[in-house]
Design a protein around this ligand. Structure first.
Ligand code: SER
Length: 320
């Protein structure tokens, strides 16, 4: 059985990855490293937790040693929009935490998964069916940290056999913890507004396509890749993965089919729009499909049904 440490377990992805990993590997085999609230329900009761500042290598090393960790999921990151406003922080968290995890992994022989992103691509990248191996010249500091992350992770594998593997996550749509300051956040916020009965101001222009994915598929992507037969992996850091390519009108229409009174208007953010335009429309994820059987379960219709169902349940609980 694996012994897993999650660094950044209270963020958008961590708050759900921790629950899924604890259910798969057992509460005793997953240590949740946290830095900031909010803390999901049962977070401290259901298994081991440790306060870890990802930029402090000692805190990571001590936890890995204490629990005999063999696999690290490193989720510490500053998303694209916030990163543009604080590039030093983005670099220190994005690159610093990864270097720390890699160095600890090298010493204690751990596998490492640090999600990469569609942000690794830039305006010079082919926009449609973006290949696995292509031009990576991002214009955002977030994207730059993710390209560095992919390269340095491959380097640790090539030179020191650290078992590094990763996926280029698209915008993640989820209903537990809100994302914090990304370009794709609109695709989450639109659902909260729709279920609250409020109008949504969309910061991204109609017709701007970006890859998106529902959280259950994103969790499966990371976990299945970490479980994959290494003999089949031609690539490592990082695989293109996607499950839907969306523009705002598509989400609006899907929600209005279910909530006809919902209204959206546009209040385009210059920064978010320029980042969105520098990213691909749709990735080619055939390498992930061929090398480790990537196969997402949620399309726009299934995801929209589930998002509205869960957010309605949450709303009625709050109103009880
Ligand atoms: N969701 C991220 C962002 O928008 C992209 O990986 O910054």
């Amino acid at each position: 059985m694996k012994k897993i440490l999650i660094v950044g377990s209270t963020g958008q992805i961590g708050s759900e990855l921790s629950v899924k990993l604890r259910s798969l590997y057992g509460n005793d085999n997953v240590v949740c490293g946290y830095y900031t609230p909010p803390f999901p329900e049962g977070f401290f009761e259901q298994g081991s937790t440790e306060k870890i500042d990802a930029t402090n290598i000692e805190e990571i090393a001590q936890t890995v040693k204490k629990y005999h960790i063999d696999t690290i999921y490193n989720l510490a990151a500053i998303l694209s929009v916030v990163a543009e406003k604080n590039p030093d922080l983005a670099w220190n968290v994005g690159v610093g935490s990864l270097r720390n995890c890699l160095d600890v992994a090298r010493e204690y022989r751990c596998a490492v998964c640090t999600p990469s992103s569609i942000g690794v691509f830039g305006p010079a990248t082919p926009k449609d069916l973006t290949p696995q191996d292509t031009i990576q010249r991002p214009k955002t500091i977030y994207g730059i940290t993710k390209v560095v992350g992919e390269l340095i992770s491959d380097y640790y594998f090539d030179h020191w056999q650290v078992d590094t593997r990763s996926v280029r996550l698209p915008g993640i749509i989820s209903n537990v913890t809100l994302p914090g300051g990304g370009t794709t956040d609109y695709a989450v916020e639109i659902f909260y507004k729709a279920v609250a009965g409020e109008k949504f101001s969309c910061p991204i222009k109609a017709g701007t396509f970006m890859d998106m994915m529902y959280m259950p598929d994103a969790l499966d992507a990371m976990i299945n890749l970490m479980e994959a037969d290494p003999g089949r992996l031609i690539h490592r850091n990082a695989f293109n993965v996607t499950s839907m390519s969306l523009e705002p009108e598509m989400l609006y229409a899907a929600i209005r089919q279910r909530i006809p009174e919902f209204r959206m208007e546009y209040a385009v953010s210059e920064l978010k729009q320029s980042i969105a335009e520098s990213w691909p429309n749709v990735l080619d994820d055939s390498c992930a499909r061929n090398e480790w059987d990537w196969n997402p379960k949620f399309d726009l219709e299934k995801m929209t049904d589930d998002m509205i169902r869960v957010l309605r349940q949450k709303k009625s609980k709050v109103n009880e």
